[in-house]
Design a protein around this ligand. Structure first.
Ligand SMILES: O=P(O)(O)OC[C@H]1O[C@@H](O)[C@H](O)[C@@H]1O
Length: 280
């Protein structure tokens, strides 16, 4: 059975849903009341798209409520794991945020925590009983809509390890490595490099876990064009798009993402592939 805490997100449509009511108390505390018309011997998977600390809070409360109802086997599907990017201390005075979130989830003693395409190996290392789902079928689906001669583009060092696994899954698709520099104090990006002399007009698919503001992908697009790239496409598992899609749409012929983070209202160049279709 499934308990979807975001009513717009149903990644396991074949499973029966548990009903509940949730709301915020006027003091700001999330609250949940779960209907008790299900068999508590069943395994329950709680899903949520975590976009705020309150979302994390609601997940914690839900698991507590289920445990108090007598449910023994509980799993969670947290496709976008919060602060997965904050996986090392860059500057003194900051928190190791991914560990804080992982520690909170670990207190729930879940039977399984499913995470979709985490930023690095740190998240699964910190989470107990973690199973990661790769982006392979997502990228395969994206490529099935593009020119088969498309190059896979790894935007930076962080993406490098993962992209070679994607390439292997796809039967050895050609990879072009790129890099960027970020000032860890200001977050400012600079120095985009594409490690190829001439892309000979070939179409390029940039693959990464997250698009946040889009600075990485806008900067990279300019450099790819300087290296004679053909059509540009972007595939990111988690589409935050915090600065909108206008600028990205001016560089990319197509932008692909899943619904791991949110549901995007129709945008001309954006294709959102629901996780439900990738997990089936
Ligand atoms: O440039 P924006 O979109 O803000 O940030 C996305 C980048 O930041 C990294 O952690 C992600 O893996 C990606 O490379």
């Amino acid at each position: 059975m499934i308990l979807n805490l975001d009513p717009q997100f149903n990644p396991f449509p074949n499973q029966k849903s548990i009903e509940y009511k949730s709301f915020l108390f006027s003091g700001g505390e999330p609250h949940i009341k779960i209907d008790n018309n299900f068999n508590t011997d069943d395994t329950i998977t709680v899903t949520h798209r975590l976009q705020s600390f309150n979302d994390v809070g609601l997940l914690l409360l839900t698991v507590d409520a289920l445990q108090r109802m007598g449910v023994k086997k509980i799993k969670a599907f947290i496709p976008y794991f919060p602060a997965a990017r904050q996986d090392r201390l860059m500057v003194a005075g900051e928190s190791l945020s991914v560990k804080v979130y992982a520690d909170l989830v670990n207190t729930l003693q879940l039977d399984q925590v499913l995470v979709y395409d985490p930023h690095s190996e740190v998240t699964p290392a910190l989470l107990n009983n973690c199973t990661t789902i790769t982006n392979y079928t997502f990228i395969e689906k994206v490529i099935s809509t593009l020119n088969n001669n498309v190059l896979l583009i790894s935007p930076d060092g962080g993406a490098l390890k993962k992209i070679y696994k994607v390439s292997e899954f796809l039967g050895g698709k050609e990879v072009v490595e790129c890099s960027k520099s970020r000032d860890v104090k200001t977050g400012k990006l600079s120095g985009f490099k594409v490690y190829a002399d001439d892309l000979e007009g070939r179409d390029c698919l940039v693959v990464d876990d997250i698009c946040d503001g889009g600075g990485t992908f806008n900067g990279l697009a300019q450099e790819l064009k300087n290296k004679n790239a053909g059509n540009l496409y972007l595939a990111v598992s988690h589409g935050i798009f915090s600065k909108g899609l206008e600028s990205l749409s001016s560089y990319y012929n197509g932008i692909f993402t899943t619904d791991s983070f949110n549901t995007i209202t129709k945008q001309p160049k954006v294709t959102q592939i629901p996780l439900a279709t990738l997990l089936a």
